[in-house]
Design a protein around this ligand. Structure first.
Ligand code: HEC
Length: 173
C-alpha cells in the first residue's frame, strides 16, 4: 500500500470506512420495527433554541422563573433586543409612547403602569412569546435567552422610573 500510494497519490490509504455497510437515505431497513431506515425523532424531541417554556395560558406562565442572572452582559443583550423589537411600540422607557404608536392604531401597554410593575416575570415572558391582541408574537425574532434578557431589561426600565431611596446611594468605587 505504501508504494502504491507513492506511485498513485489518488489512492485512498484506507478504504475500510468507505466500504462499511451503511444505509442510504429513504432506504428500508429490517433493523427497525417499522421497516424504515430513517426514523422519526423520539416523541417530545425539541429543536435547539425552541424550548416550549411558555406553552399554556398567560396565567399558567406566571410561575415561570427568569433563568438568567442579572449581569451587565445580560442587561446589554436585553437592552439591544428591546431597542430592536419593543421600543417602536412601547417607547424607550416603556411608557407605551413609542414612535410607531400614532400610526399603529392600537395602544401598546404602558409597561410603567402599576399593573405591569406588579406583573410576574413569566407573564411578560408569555406576552413576548405569544403576543397579545394587537401585539405580535416575538418567538421567532428572539431566542429563549434574549426573551428573558428583555424581561430583565423591562424590570430595569421600571425600576429606573420608580427609583427607591437605596438606588440613590453612591456605590463606593
Ligand atoms: C407592534 C407593536 C408592538 C411591539 C413591537 C411590541 N409590543 Fe408589546 N404590546 C403592544 C400592544 C398593542 C399591547 C397591548 C395588548 C393588549 O391589547 O392587551 C402590548 C402589550 C404588552 C405587554 C402587556 C401584556 C399583557 O399581559 O397585558 C407586555 C408585557 C409587552 N407588550 C411587552 C413587549 C415586549 C417586551 C416587546 C418586545 C419584545 C413588545 N411588547 C413588543 C404592541 C407591541
Amino acid at each position: 500500500m505504501y508504494f502504491a500510494i507513492k506511485l498513485f497519490p489518488v489512492l485512498a490509504p484506507m478504504k475500510y470506512m468507505q466500504d462499511q455497510p451503511r444505509l442510504n437515505a429513504q432506504k428500508p431497513s429490517s433493523f427497525f420495527k417499522d421497516g424504515h431506515g430513517m426514523q422519526q425523532p423520539v416523541a417530545g424531541t425539541v429543536a435547539r433554541g425552541h424550548l416550549p417554556t411558555a406553552t399554556g395560558t398567560q396565567d399558567e406562565s406566571a410561575a415561570l422563573v427568569n433563568p438568567l442572572p442579572r449581569t451587565k452582559e445580560i442587561f446589554a443583550v436585553g437592552r439591544q433586543a428591546y431597542k430592536n423589537r419593543c421600543e417602536v411600540c412601547h417607547g424607550a422607557v416603556g411608557d407605551g409612547m413609542g414612535s410607531l404608536t400614532a400610526a399603529y392604531g392600537a395602544k401598546p401597554a404602558n409597561l410603567q403602569a402599576q399593573q405591569f410593575r406588579d406583573y410576574p416575570d413569566g407573564k411578560i415572558y408569555w406576552a413576548i412569546v405569544n403576543g397579545k391582541n394587537a401585539m405580535p408574537a416575538h418567538a421567532a425574532d428572539l431566542s429563549e435567552p434574549q426573551r428573558w434578557a428583555v424581561v430583565h431589561y423591562v424590570r430595569a426600565l421600571q425600576r429606573a422610573q420608580n427609583a427607591k431611596d437605596e438606588d440613590l446611594k453612591v456605590v463606593a468605587p
